[in-house]
Design a protein around this ligand. Sequence first.
Ligand code: NAD
Length: 311
Amino acid sequence: MKIAIVGAGAMGSRFALMLHQSGNQVILIDGWLENVRALQQRGLQANIDGQHTNVKIPAYDFTQLDQLPDYQADLIIAFTKSNQLDKAFSKVRPLISPQTYVLCLLNGIGHEDILEKYVPVERLILGITMWTAGLTGPGQVTLIGSGNVELQNFDAAGKEFTLKVAEVFSQAGLNPQYSTNVKYSIWRKACVNGTLNCLCSILGCNIGALGKTSQTKALLQTIIAEFAAVAAHEGVVLDQTEVYHHIAQTFTADIANHYPSMYQDLIANHRLTEIDFINGAVWRKGQKYGIATPYCALLTELIHAKEELLK
Ligand code: NAD
């Protein structure tokens, strides 16, 4: 399959590597020049569970897309951060033919509202992934452990191609599962990010430490209730008790020592966060549906204030 991955960061590089090694024609497209130059000059350097691999995968920055005059992707996989998605797709628009499908695996809610501007809903595929990856420098990633991908066509018309993507992912070892309710999984994962990410970032603690505070249970339950109230207006009925327990088990799991990605982006690297597509999306959609979401609103504003303080 001809696959263009838009966003050559940690996850884009992981998927590029696995799909390239299983025989697909993969290219990487990215807006970070230093990263693209490193990929072009040295190849993708990956440390996979302690084993070093170096693979040349064609990489282009947004200004180099004229080097691909007749290129038409079968599939474009979006792997930018949420706040970069719109700009990135405005740049890669020339690569989207009437036959191109777009798969979005970003964390968060509402990316379809952006992608619908660039691809008809019949060719939009949504998903979540439990694979992880870390970017250690331009063109360098550390890949640990395994994961899976859940995906589903946004519109019934896209089912046949989505099943084909699942087959290609299976050959690449990505452990795909065709979902019959990916929207539920997206909202459930957003609840994890909408609690652990922002609370650990604001409180400056890891997941295990968050779990030890006496306020955390009620905070989590209130935030999840806001997500659930808004999700219900989008046809997703979240099981709030199950979602709470799903999140609370991380407090004593292997990842308890882990600082969530938002903490690493914001506090460690002073980068903008994906908050507008997590708690911010719940706040925005809540306003649209007439639902009060004061906790999500406050968390969104606090994270934005921290972004300003650290910029
Ligand atoms: P990433 O930050 O590694 O890369 C995203 C984009 O940011 C890329 O275009 C990258 O080139 C650019 N970027 C990274 N560092 C930069 C820097 N210092 N300067 C300029 N540009 C820079 O993001 P990711 O971890 O690959 O995440 C992509 C999406 O996948 C997000 O929605 C994330 O929430 C989701 N996700 C990530 C993981 C994970 O383990 N990393 C797991 C599941 C889902």
